[in-house]
Design a binder for this molecule. Structure first.
Ligand code: CO
Length: 158
């Protein structure tokens, strides 16, 4: 495996990923690589765009092991929101408080094409929202409020 995690500001991170039409060997290999990268980096979530592939695949640590979710779609989002500190493997060392929906219901396919539905109001909800954002080319810094953004830019200023 010679895939690496792309770091911000790599332009691929801002691109939208395409729906997986068929779960081919190539897709399964990509999934396996993503799981391996997640393990090596002890991460909780990874999106395909972070390894330079614009396919709608995410890897999420779910029920204690990293799993692949293909074509994930958020079916429902609670109005209730929550602010939680997040990190991202494409932004080493950066942790930001991000406001997102508390509860979501998501559907996706596993590596065998079987549909999975998950409802969660904790860490899994948070990870899925962050990773599905990646597939849209949306990064966690794009979710900062105006004031947070100002602070963030000032901090990055030399
Ligand atoms: Co991320």
């Amino acid at each position: 495996m010679n895939r690496k995690i792309l770091k911000y500001p790599n332009p691929i991170l801002k691109k939208k990923a395409e729906k997986v039409k068929e779960i081919t060997e190539e897709i399964k290999n990509l999934g396996r690589d993503m799981i391996e990268i997640l393990e090596i980096n002890q991460g909780v979530g990874l999106a395909s765009s972070q390894v330079g592939e614009l396919k709608r695949i995410i890897a999420v640590r779910f029920e204690d092991r990293p799993r692949i979710f293909i074509n994930p779609v958020i079916l429902k989002k609670s109005k209730e929101t929550e602010v939680i500190e997040e990190g991202c493997l494409s932004f080493p060392g950066l942790f930001l408080k991000i406001k997102r929906a508390k509860e979501i219901e998501v559907k996706a396919l596993d590596e065998n094409g079987k549909e999975i539905r998950i409802k969660d109001n904790g860490l899994i909800s948070r990870i899925f929202q962050h990773e599905i954002d990646h597939l849209e080319g949306i990064l966690f810094i794009d979710r900062l409020s105006f004031w947070q953004r100002l602070k963030f830019q000032l901090k990055l200023w030399p």
